[in-house]
Design a protein around this ligand. Structure first.
Ligand code: GRG
Length: 296
């Protein structure tokens, strides 16, 4: 199997399962429409792909990993809907179409995000109950996700980001704090959740956590670079906003050339960790290379 075949297989499994979750008739029709508008048919599915890839790295049960993968995509999608609201980043476009509040109004967008967040944890609880034979490692996976999404993870990062606006080169320490939590935590948790479904040794889990931290940083540096160099078409969201809003980013703090060099060094360090897993890590190594070179 090559990279394209493997990622397409992962994505098909994710799309099928997300469709099934959203087909539940107990979700009221208007809420289902707004949740599905943002969740289905858009996005790179990076977080759930990381979960399935990490699960495969440890020969875990892919069926057991799928609910974790989908829950992570739901939490990620909720964060994008809420981040786009006028009271947050006020963005009109997301995933190549009008953002949720533009399509449905603010109140429905808030509820669509809330619905996705709470549904994600319902799915995680259900999965943990179904796969009882490994309940303790599934609970650790659930705990990783809750922490990454919550008060010391993404929400803490978003809060610090709000407080840093108009302070484009506050300091490098603050930049790392924000990005490790706002974006990095969920990417790291996506890998950790998949790894825990595969029941790793303590040393393997620690190596995966180190890789996850570096991968999150790589993703964020390249995201900041793309905000300067990307286009609305390639990104599916409005580029150039960081500068207009005076946001603290890698290019604002270090300049573009140094940011690109940091991205290369981070990718190299991340790849070295993966090599420790042997042949099985080929997919994650290829994904890291593509993240470094990404255009969307
Ligand atoms: C409002 C609760 C709350 C949290 C907001 C994630 C986040 C925190 C804000 C998103 C703003 C943003 C654009 C951050 C940069 C990194 C990022 C999360 C980019 C979007 O992720 P991709 O590129 O998007 O994986 P797709 O659409 O492909 O899933």
């Amino acid at each position: 199997m090559n990279f394209e075949q493997t990622i397409s297989e992962y994505r098909q499994a994710i799309e099928r399962r997300l469709d099934a979750y959203m087909a539940q008739e107990r979700i009221p029709a208007s809420l289902r429409e707004a949740m599905g508008y943002s969740l289905l048919g858009g996005g790179k599915r990076l977080r759930p792909v990381l979960t399935l890839a990490a699960c495969d790295l440890f020969n875990g049960n892919r069926d057991a990993a799928l609910p974790f993968a989908c829950a992570l995509e739901m939490i990620h999608t909720y964060s994008l809907i809420h981040d786009d609201l006028p009271c947050m980043d006020n963005d009109d476009f997301r995933r190549g179409k009008p953002s949720s509040h533009k399509a449905f109004g603010e109140a429905t967008a808030v509820l669509a995000g809330d619905g996705l967040l709470s549904y994600a944890f319902e799915i995680l609880a259900d999965a943990t109950l179904v796969w009882q034979q490994q309940i303790s490692s599934y609970l650790v996976a659930l705990q990783e996700i809750a922490r990454a999404a919550g008060i010391s993870g993404m929400i803490a990062g978003q809060m610090a980001d709000l407080e840093s606006e108009k302070d484009a080169c506050a300091d490098a320490e603050r930049l790392r704090y924000i990005h490790a939590r706002k974006t990095g935590a969920m990417l790291r948790a996506s890998l950790m959740a998949g790894a825990y479904v595969g029941n790793p040794s303590d040393a393997e889990a620690a190596a995966m956590a180190r890789f996850g931290g570096l991968y999150g940083m790589l993703f964020q540096i390249t995201d900041d670079i793309l905000d300067v160099e990307g286009s609305l078409i390639s990104l599916g969201k409005t580029p150039g906003k960081d500068k207009v809003e005076g946001k603290l980013t890698y290019p604002s703090c270090y300049g573009m050339e140094t940011s690109k060099e940091m991205a290369r060094e981070t990718a190299e360090e991340a790849t070295e960790i993966l090599k420790g897993f042997g042949e099985r890590s080929w997919f994650l190594i290829a994904l890291t290379e593509r993240t470094l070179a990404r255009k969307s």
